[in-house]
Design a protein around this ligand. Structure first.
Ligand SMILES: NC(=O)c1ccc[n+]([C@@H]2O[C@H](COP(=O)([O-])OP(=O)(O)OC[C@H]3O[C@@H](n4cnc5c(N)ncnc54)[C@H](O)[C@@H]3O)[C@@H](O)[C@H]2O)c1
Ligand SMILES: N[C@H](CO)Cc1c[nH]c[nH+]1
Ligand SMILES: [Zn+2]
Length: 442
């Protein structure tokens, strides 16, 4: 065992003993190292969907999801048959989550602004719902009905005229009853059975059966995220919400934190996928050792232990000098989720701004926000949390401006407009003002 790496199996490190390169390597997201290979795969899928349409989507659904489909659109009678299978407990849970998510997002309703900026000059800022939105609900390794609520509720509150849901089917070509119930609560009826980069390409460019959308929302694995980024860079493609890729959790814990809670939180995000990343920052060596022990103990009991174990290989337990150092590491890493389990959690949280979502104190597990606290679980990953916002109601709107001037209003601003136009050498801009004032003088 080296001085810097205390334990290879669970990757325990002492930050002070690492040099700058080692620190950078330690905090690198797992998918970043295969990005060119991934991009080539995704580009090929997008090109095939663009040229072959439904045929390519059906073929990839066969290849990746092992489902043989004759139609991509999920027929309403099969939706009804699946809904009939849903148990009362799951239904009640979805009802509860729908309520809290709706409450938190309804409070984000934007207000149009109209005001006079100068006498006779009226300016407006207006919000209009996105016209056609595509909601991607992951379904590769786990079906996520909660994501249907996270995307469907704001789309419903914004009043988007067309809301399309896509998700990879199971091998029988079906979608899960809970996912369909969540969609029904959000008023979504246009549902297609496809996932991965092929679903993103179909939404962005359209196929025979899936009409093109304007904006694509939702998380997914690295194939989905890379496809979203590719179509968003193409003017013929579609806008996207954000790069919401493999789950990440950072926990900052001091010596007083409960190691069983900390380990449970880390495993909750590790179990999402082999490419998830979870990190502990602690100023206490005894806490680090206790979390390490809890991880081994709890991991063995998980149904997705092998997935979580693979994610732990991309993860690390890091001993820091003090909590100030933990704050600085977290600010530069910009985690999707940040859990603060320290004596002064609320105070520390004030300094922790580069995050997708914060979980403050011992009784706020990250999984609470995944399902039912009301915040949105679609969050920026890969370190984008320092510039990209967490998903919210505003993402389902476009905003635009308008202005109206009276003759007097224009006359009042004429000198400023004409002088600026002249300063920029744009005569026609100046003339568009003077012609009006001259004409109405005569
Ligand atoms: N950031 C967030 O807000 C957020 C929220 C929820 C979930 N997530 C993440 O979403 C992800 C969901 O991933 P998932 O895999 O379970 O479901 P998914 O639906 O994102 O991906 C499944 C699809 O991936 C494609 N795929 C799989 N292997 C492929 C290959 N070798 N080549 C090409 N395409 C391939 C297939 O088309 C398959 O249908 C997880 O990583 C989870 O952590 C993130
Ligand atoms: N933790 C995920 C976001 O990274 C969201 C989720 C859905 N279901 C469970 N968890
Ligand atoms: Zn989760």
């Amino acid at each position: 065992m080296s001085a810097t790496e205390l334990c290879l199996t669970q990757r325990c490190f002492n930050w002070a003993a690492l040099d700058a390169n080692e620190r950078e390597a330690l905090l690198q997201r797992p998918t970043q190292s295969v990005s060119s290979e991934l991009k080539a795969t995704v580009d090929a899928i997008i090109a095939a969907v663009r040229s072959e349409g439904d045929t390519a989507v059906v073929r990839y659904t066969q290849q990746f999801d092992c489902a043989d489909l004759t139609t991509l659109r999920y027929p309403s009678e099969r939706i009804a048959a699946q809904l009939a299978k849903l148990d009362a407990r799951t239904k009640a849970a979805i009802d509860t989550a729908y309520g809290t998510i709706r409450k938190f997002h309804a409070a984000q309703q934007p207000q149009n602004i109209r005001l006079e900026t100068a006498p006779g000059i009226e300016c407006e800022l207006r919000y209009t719902p996105m016209n056609a939105v595509g909601l991607y609900i992951p379904g590769g390794t786990a079906v996520l009905p909660s994501t249907a609520l996270m995307l469907g509720v704001p789309a419903q509150l914004a009043g988007c005229p067309r809301v399309v849901l896509v998700s990879p089917p199971n091998q029988q070509g079906e979608l899960a009853p809970a996912l369909l119930y969540a969609a029904q609560k959000c008023g979504i009826t246009e549902i297609y059975r496809c996932g991965g980069a092929q679903a993103i390409a179909a939404l962005a460019y359209g196929t025979e059966s899936i009409a093109k959308v304007n904006k694509i929302f939702g998380p997914g694995n690295s194939f989905v995220t890379a496809a979203k980024q590719a179509v968003s860079q193409d003017p013929a493609g579609a806008a996207i919400d954000m790069p919401a890729g493999p789950s990440e959790l950072m926990v900052i814990a001091d010596s007083g934190a409960n190691p069983a809670y900390v380990a449970a939180d880390l495993l909750s995000q590790a179990e999402h996928g082999a490419d998830s990343q979870v990190l502990l920052l602690t100023d206490s060596d005894t806490q680090l050792a206790a979390v390490q022990q809890q991880l081994a103990q709890q991991l063995a009991q998980l149904s997705r232990a092998s997935t979580a174990a693979q994610a732990l290989a991309n993860s690390a337990l890091i001993q820091v000098r003090d909590l100030a150092e933990a704050v600085s590491i977290s600010q530069s890493y910009a985690p999707e989720h940040l859990s603060v389990q320290t004596a002064n959690a609320e105070q520390l949280a004030e300094q922790l701004t580069n995050v997708g979502s914060l979980f403050i104190g011992a009784f706020t597990p990250e999984s609470g926000g995944d399902y039912a606290t009301g915040t949105n679980h679609v969050l920026p990953t890969y370190g984008f949390a320092d510039t990209v916002s967490s998903l919210g109601l505003l993402d389902f709107y476009r905003r635009y401006t308008s202005q109206k001037a009276t003759r007097e209003g224009l006359a009042g601003l004429a000198d400023a407009i004409v002088a600026l136009a002249e300063a920029e050498g744009l005569d026609a801009h100046a003339r568009a003002v003077t012609v009006r004032l001259q004409e109405s003088d005569s």
